[in-house]
Design a binder for this molecule. Structure first.
Ligand code: 2AM
Ligand code: CA
Length: 269
């Protein structure tokens, strides 16, 4: 692996240690699915176990750094300068159902700017990573976003809504609008971090999703940008800065996708 940055090295080690336990847990889920008990609580304990390994390793290297993580919330809140942003299992529903599409996502933020990002798919053994200003990589190779020029021929991913979303109608109408303007059906793979990784390496031409959290996308945003892509936000809710509505794509189809999603005749609630 061509990781020369000290920060990425720390993130990589923490991720690899956690992924060994995560892979074991995933194997166990496949067994539990055929048992009468079902996976149930086991999944949330797998989430917590993975998270603990990652946080312990990251804080071993920098005990005073802040942490924002999906299950554990915030740690070391006094430190406003340095922060690890962690999603121990992104794609939890896939994981729970034995579907091999989930990832560990770790971002490092300094003075509110994401400096390093790493997304690891332990099933495909694919490691996506980037350091600001140094390009984006998949395992040993440099990656770039696609060169697709027209949205019509693009392969696009999206996600959501959750059952309790207040924006279900909006989300469905955006989905319809985009679907009516592309030839290849829109994909919903259920792991936002891997969707962003797919944009970064050119498998997807674009991705959009509402109501994402910082830990879902911190690493992915940097990786897409470092791969030459565009990331921006739509319909920003000033009352809820924790929920991100994101568009990520190559720069060539960005405007076209953005226009469709923000079109005036789209359902407003
Ligand atoms: P999770 O698996 O860690 O919960 C599914 O569409 C993808 O979006 C997953 O990466 C999921 O993360 C993430 N996600 C986060 N918040 C979501 C929301 N409010 N609705 C739908 N998906 C959400
Ligand atoms: Ca997530």
């Amino acid at each position: 692996m061509r990781i020369s940055s000290p920060k990425l090295n720390i993130m990589y080690k923490a991720c690899m240690k956690a992924s060994r336990s995560l892979i074991r847990d995933f194997g166990e889920i496949e067994n539990l699915q055929v048992s009468s008990k079902g996976p149930g609580d086991f999944v949330s304990s797998a989430d917590k176990r993975t998270e603990k390994i990652i946080i312990d390793e990251l804080l071993k290297a920098h005990p005073d750094y802040g942490v924002l993580s999906e299950e554990a919330g915030r740690l070391n809140e006094k430190n406003k300068t340095n922060k690890w942003i962690i999603d121990p299992i992104d794609g939890t529903s896939n994981f729970l159902n034995g579907i091999p599409q989930f990832a560990i996502s770790i971002g490092y933020e300094e003075n509110n700017e994401i400096k390093n990002g790493l997304i690891y798919d332990p099933i495909k053994n694919e490691l996506f990573f980037a350091e600001v200003g140094s390009g984006a990589f998949l395992n040993n190779s440099r990656i770039r976003v696609s060169k697709k020029k027209n949205l019509k021929n693009s392969l696009i991913g999206t996600g959501g809504p959750r059952g309790n979303s207040k924006f279900k109608n909006k989300i469905f109408s955006e989905y319809l609008e985009v679907s009516n303007n592309v030839e290849i059906p829109v994909r919903k793979f259920g792991s936002a971090s891997l969707d962003l990784a797919n944009v970064a390496c050119g498998r997807f031409d674009a991705f959009w999703q509402r109501e994402l959290s910082h830990w879902d996308v911190a690493a992915g945003i940097l990786i897409v940008k470092e791969a030459g892509g565009f990331v921006d936000y739509f319909d920003i809710d000033n009352n809820d800065s924790k929920k991100l509505n994101l568009i990520a794509s190559n720069s060539l189809v960005h405007e076209e996708l953005r226009n469709l999603i923000t079109k005036k005749n789209i359902e407003k609630n």
